[in-house]
Write a protein that binds this ligand. Structure first.
Ligand code: CU
Length: 147
């Protein structure tokens, strides 16, 4: 058993598809903040899973959080599309080809995950993730780093 554990420990760093490299957890709070300012995505991953946890207690209607990903140059244009009329089920956003990915919007104690297909990123561009709950995008945003 001991030998097996040592073998596993030795082999893991050399496995390029080791799952934990291709996923990340990020938490939003009732203070309107994410706990990460950047998300690093290794280019060796075919897809990357972002799990968003809401560590607060407020309901989704008052303090909803999600993850929306755009090219940096499209961040402001998309943020300006945020409107209550678009519905919470759409993250208050309309359909737009400027939006690369969008997770469900969740409230306190909830969790959701977003699977990111790396082929949708233009590696020559910078990318941003943000929360599209009205008023949150100014603070709840960060950089996507394609490594
Ligand atoms: Cu939010």
């Amino acid at each position: 058993m001991k030998i097996l554990l040592i073998l596993v420990a030795l082999l893991l760093p050399f496995n390029p598809a080791f799952a934990s490299d291709c996923s990340i957890k990020i938490t939003g709070s009732d203070m309107m903040k994410y706990d990460l300012q950047e998300i690093n995505i290794p280019s060796k991953c075919n897809s990357f899973e972002i799990t968003l946890n809401h560590g607060g207690k407020l309901p989704v209607s008052a303090m909803g959080h999600n993850i929306v990903i755009t090219e940096e140059s499209n961040f402001m244009p998309v943020a300006q599309l945020i409107n209550m009329d678009n519905g919470i089920e759409n993250g208050y956003l309309p359909v737009s080809d400027k939006i690369l990915f969008r997770s469900d919007m969740i409230g306190g104690g909830e969790s959701t995950s977003l699977t990111v297909d790396l082929s949708k990123f233009d590696s020559t561009k910078s990318h941003i993730y943000f929360c599209s709950f009205p008023g949150h995008w100014a603070i709840m945003k960060g950089k996507i780093n394609l490594l």
